[in-house]
Design a binder for this molecule. Structure first.
Ligand code: NAD
Ligand code: UD2
Length: 307
């Protein structure tokens, strides 16, 4: 049994991670400002400290005595990072430095390992599909630039301060508890939430933009596996399937599985939208000995069942 801090644990991905850690018998505490997360996403009894991950004192207090930290707190929206550049920078990059800094001193036995969320947004408009971890990073958004900053500071945490870190470049994650009501949420939760209610959906641009969708329960297995075996050298891994799905196709599959008619219209393309984003999972699979297992269709069924 170990004791872990999960920042952003009340959020979509964080709550699935907390569930998995509790099921494995670990003790978990959460630091979250509830800006997008919800207390109800977690079972009763999980201690939640309400605080800002960019507040060094709050992070130090939350991390005291833990065996490891999963750092997921961030403003997870490309659109929001365009509207609120400096504000999202504080949460997304300063918050990560606060976590690495606190990890240096969190326990008497030495620095605690940190497993943190990066993003496929670091690749930006790199057209070399599928993207391997060695592909050039060319972020297009403040969000992607800050996530790349997290990876650079992870190297400092490891090389200068002896804090073991593992970063994961999540591609497009989906599943239950991804907020269908927020305009900043992922396309699957927005489309699913509307299609089941018989409401129209809007496709940005021509709908032929392509994404690599990862089911959340597949993803959290990698986070816990990385914590079990911290590595030196601040490694970073894609979390992806390598399978492309266009936004048009996604809408059709969702309508098909839910048995509802598809009422779609096409709006202007989203500024800064990436056209194609497909990852190469080879390094992930080699390092952890497991591939993503849940198909898009099965993941969509579980997502629809939760709504
Ligand atoms: P989410 O919005 O559901 O979760 C983020 C959590 O962090 C929320 O509970 C929120 O309240 C909290 N939070 C935000 N700012 C905070 C702050 N300043 N201090 C404390 N808590 C704060 O989003 P998610 O999809 O679960 O994302 C989790 C992580 O995964 C983020 O780091 C995100 O950037 C990353 N990520 C997500 C995706 C995706 O497809 N969902 C893709 C790539 C990377
Ligand atoms: C996702 C992540 C982001 C980042 C990035 C990595 C979310 C919310 N964001 O951004 O955190 O890690 O991946 O590259 O998961 N779309 C529509 N209609 C809608 C909503 C979206 O057509 O109502 C389109 C959108 O224009 C885009 C695609 O769907 O082409 C996916 O959009 P998204 O916001 O789910 O995810 P993305 O890839 O911008």
């Amino acid at each position: 049994m170990a004791r872990y801090l999960v920042t952003g644990g009340c959020g979509f991905i964080g709550s699935h991670l907390v569930e998995r850690l509790l099921a494995a018998g670990h003790e978990v505490r959460v630091l979250d400002d509830l800006s997008t997360g919800k207390r109800e996403n977690l079972p009763d009894g999980v201690p939640v400290t309400l605080g800002d991950v960019a507040d060094a004192a709050a992070v130090e207090a939350a991390m005291r005595g833990v065996d490891g930290c999963f750092h997921l707190a961030a403003v997870a929206s490309v659109d929001r990072s365009r509207e609120a550049w400096l504000e999202t920078h504080h949460a997304n990059l300063s918050g990560t430095i606060a976590v690495f800094d606190a990890a240096r001193r969190a326990r008497s036995g030495g620095p605690v390992p940190v497993v943190y969320a990066s993003s496929a947004a670091v690749y930006g408009d790199n057209p070399d599909m599928p993207l391997t971890e060695d592909a050039a990073t060319r972020p297009l958004s403040a969000y992607g630039a800050d996530k790349l900053g997290c990876e650079l500071h992870a190297r400092v945490a490891d090389g200068v301060h002896g804090v073991p870190t593992t970063g994961f470049r999540f591609f497009n994650v989906f599943g239950p508890r991804q907020d269908p009501k927020s305009p900043y949420s992922g396309v699957i939760s927005i489309f699913a939430g509307r299609i089941v209610k018989g409401q129209p959906i809007t496709i940005n641009g021509d709908g032929e933009q392509v994404r690599d969708f990862v089911y959340v329960k597949d993803l959290v297995r990698y986070l816990t596996a990385a914590m079990d075996k911290p590595q030196a050298g601040a490694p970073v891994y894609n979390v992806c399937t390598g399978i492309p799905t266009s936004v048009n196709r996604l809408a059709e599959v969702l309508a098909d599985i839910s048995g509802r008619p598809l009422d779609r219209s096409y709006g202007p393309g989203r500024p800064g939208d990436i056209r194609v984003s497909i990852g190469d999972p080879s390094r992930l699979v080699a390092a952890f000995g497991m591939a993503c297992e849940v198909s898009l269709e099965d993941g969509l069924r579980e997502t629809l069942a939760w709504l």
